[in-house]
Design a protein around this ligand. Structure first.
Ligand code: ATP
Ligand code: MG
Length: 727
């Protein structure tokens, strides 16, 4: 393999970083400046030119997707298999070490890794066994506490002598009991993986020496998001050696809320005194407008290490800003833009929709679905696949068809009502023997008698509940049916009580389901056959929900539009990016606006989001948003005001066509339409009180109106929903 191919495609600063002799190095540079590229090329250089064997290379990245990409790029550069390299996430590599050295790590060979929901269940079981009331000792909070201690390398025994208050002391006792339980059962949570791997190296000299010797070169991407224990682990491995190469960007630190320490960048410079810092300033990813706008936004943060990126590429298009009437209009707009992108020959895989919170994905999924556009959601389950949604749908299905066995099984004991595995087994047997539905079998079991009184009553109550729900929903609107079922089934109550395990989010998702039913439009369901046209609204809705949960999600290798949260977009790049829901209260999130530290982290997240775009960046916000079953009229995000107007243009719907054609107009202009209302007219709104009409736009369902309210100031409203009264 030709050496020049490794360094040819690099600028001077990058080349210096790639070819530098072994020494601690810190590449500190902004987004898209080639940090990851430098890291990959350095690994190739070390293997190719310096003769470092592939199996002596360790590279740590932040996600599995990034690790996979890195491996692929090294293979491409060197035309060798990258199999022997250790490339992975901190968690993945820690796991590998613990598997190899389970005994020295004081773990049983067959230890099990728990994900976060498993961990929560263990905490709950533990609280019950300690006779602690969950209302006073919320499991979720305890889980956070335990993980936060572990991220700092702190065991319960280190805390026992602390003279904290009563609450503190009890927490420590719980932590200790949790450790004991996990040790007894061979369970390892995510934070434990890291801590245990650190202790393994710290406490076993032979193991440490082996790996210090083995890993001749250690590389870390996204170093700004390492936590205390990860950094301590890196230090052990590279102690007394000059073989650590880290790349990062303080402006992209977005995991402070999970224990990441931006300070590790400073500690690195202290701990490795003979280190070299390399700065990269040329951005190769984005066009000028996108880059300059992102630079301006991040400049509003204090205490930055400070760097300014420039690009040789032209200004490109300005960022397009779209003010949607509501969240549906927002999704419609985005999906129409994607359609024309694809019609013009663009790849779907070059397109990303990025949002702050997973709950925002549903609107986009639905619109992508109805236009038969393949897409893939990274992280987070798709809406209709979430357990709480499936539970609610199962109840709905039973009210429509009692003999739906899958639904029957799913909710017969959810929420728990004392119907055990034994009863269910009996029902199954009867159904199988007589070839009848579970519902009919259940009735038959009840009439046969022979069940315990308790089990019999519980089963009877379940059957009655379904019959009751069915009768009650007679004649109701679809959304009312859904609402009633969600409430009366006990699901809302179940999740409300569940203070941990995302109970709140599940309640919100159920409210979203009611919302979806309210907005459900039969006519838009293109996928149903004609002869389904006389299905009831409920059945249409249910059929649509299963279609949505089913086939449309593309495979790994299909050409799909990518949907993900801003957090999971770190390190990635796309030609066309939609940054959606850029509103106060959503992004920045409500909890962050009062805390300057958290607000700055949100701003870094905004910087990360904007800098994912290579050629086209669309930013959208909705002037009215129904999310979690609540309607709000958010203000555009403060981050939008931080983008200089010369880099951004507002997209307006064309006057003569209601949708979807769009034209780009200067930000200030707005189009006026004939309307029932007139400028200057005085109107009254049930919630906002009296006000004066300032502007009018759009027509029909899209008509909106800007009003200066005496009490609450200027607001945009959708005429068809605002129910205004002319005074
Ligand atoms: P982030 O901070 O978002 O992780 P990064 O600094 O890691 O970004 P890369 O992903 O390595 O940046 O590079 C951004 C893009 O620029 C990639 O498409 C990369 O291939 C390209 N690039 C980087 N350096 C050069 C170069 N010298 N010549 C051509 N393209 C380059
Ligand atoms: Mg990178």
């Amino acid at each position: 393999m030709d050496v020049t191919s490794i360094i040819d495609s690099l600028n001077d600063a990058q080349r210096a970083a790639v070819t530098a002799p072994s020494q601690p190095m810190l590449v500190l540079a902004g987004a898209g400046s080639g940090k990851t590229r430098v890291l990959v090329h350095r690994i190739a250089w070390q293997i190719q030119v310096e003769g470092v064997p592939a199996h002596s290379i360790l590279a740590v990245t932040f996600t599995n997707k990034a690790a996979k990409e890195m491996r692929g790029r090294i293979e491409e550069l060197l035309n060798i298999s990258a199999q022997p390299l250790w490339i992975g996430t901190f968690h993945g590599i820690a796991h590998r070490l613990l598997r190899r050295h389970a005994k020295q790590a004081n773990l049983p060979e067959a230890f099990q890794v728990m994900d976060s929901s498993d961990q929560l269940r263990v905490v709950k079981r533990l609280l019950a066994s300690l006779n602690l009331d969950e209302a006073k000792w919320p499991a979720k909070q305890i889980q956070w506490y335990i993980n936060a201690q572990k991220d700092e390398g702190i065991r319960a025994k280190h805390l026992l002598s602390d003279n904290g208050d009563l609450f503190q002391r009890q927490m420590v006792i719980i932590y200790q009991a949790y450790e004991e339980l996990c040790n007894r059962s061979g369970l390892v949570d995510f934070a434990e993986l890291l801590l245990r791997a650190h202790e393994l190296l710290r406490d076993n000299e032979d193991v440490l020496e082996f790996y210090q010797h083995r890993f001749r070169q250690v590389h870390v991407d996204e170093f700004q998001d390492t936590n205390t224990i990860q950094y301590a682990w890196l230090r052990l491995l590279t102690q007394g050696k000059d073989n650590i190469f880290v790349v990062g960007d303080d402006d992209q630190s977005i995991y402070g809320w999970r224990g990441a320490k931006i300070e590790n960048i400073y500690s690195f410079q202290k701990h490795y005194p003979n280190h070299q810092v390399i700065k990269l300033e040329q951005n190769y990813r984005s066009t000028g407008n996108i880059l300059k706008a992102a630079n301006k936004v991040i400049a509003n943060n204090d205490g930055r290490m400070g760097k300014e990126l420039w690009t040789e590429s032209g200004d490109g298009e300005p960022i397009a800003l779209y003010a949607a009437f509501n969240e549906q209009d927002e999704a419609h707009f985005v999906v129409e833009r994607i359609r024309s992108w694809v019609n013009d020959g663009g790849l779907r895989s070059d397109v990303a929709i990025l949002y702050r919170s997973n709950a925002q994905s549903r609107q986009f999924e639905e619109k992508l679905m109805t236009t038969a556009t393949p897409y893939r959601v990274y992280g987070g389950l798709r809406f209709f696949e979430r357990a709480e949604i499936k539970n609610a749908l199962a109840y709905l299905r039973l009210t429509s068809n009692r003999h739906d066995d899958a639904s029957f099984e799913r909710v017969i004991n959810t929420p728990t009502r004392g119907i055990g595995a034994k009863t269910l087994e009996e029902i199954r047997n009867i159904a199988r023997d007589q070839a009848i539905s579970l519902w009919t079998a259940a009735i038959s079991l009840l009439t046969q008698g022979g069940m315990s009184a308790r089990a019999g009553n519980a089963l009877d109550a379940f059957l009655k509940l379904i019959k009751h729900l069915e009768q009650e929903s007679e004649g109701l609107e679809l959304f009312e049916k859904v609402q009633r079922v969600v409430e009366k089934s006990g699901l809302i109550e179940l999740y409300q009580k569940d203070k941990a395990d995302k109970g709140e989010e599940k309640v919100e998702n159920l409210e979203e389901l009611v919302n979806a039913a309210r907005l459900f439009d039969k006519a838009s369901v293109q996928m149903l056959e004609d002869n389904d046209a006389n299905l009831s609204d409920l059945d249409m809705f249910l059929a649509n929900a299963s279609l949505e949960a089913g086939d449309m999600q593309g495979d790994d290798f299909d050409d799909c539009v990518q949907l993900m949260t801003l957090h999971s977009a770190k390190g990635l790049e796309f030609k066309l990016v939609f940054l959606v829901g850029v509103e106060e209260g959503l992004f920045p999130s409500q909890q962050s606006v009062e805390d300057i530290g958290r607000l700055e982290e949100e701003r870094r997240l905004c910087y990360v989001g904007m800098t994912r775009a290579r050629e086209h960046l669309y930013i959208t916000y909705a002037e009215s948003r129904r999310l979690y079953g609540r309607e709000s009229y958010p203000r555009p995000s403060r981050f939008l005001r931080e983008i200089p107007p010369e880099h951004m243009q507002e997209v307006r719907l064309r006057a003569s066509v209601s949708r979807p054609a769009a034209v780009v107009k200067p930000r200030s202009g707005s189009i006026q339409m004939p309307s029932r209302y007139k400028l200057g007219q005085r109107v009254s709104h049930s919630k906002f009180g009296e006000g004066e009409v300032l502007q009018l736009e759009g027509e029909g369902a899209q008509e909106r109106i800007q009003i200066n309210f005496k009490q609450v100031g200027i607001k945009w409203l959708i005429v068809s929903m605002a129910q205004l009264e002319v005074l």
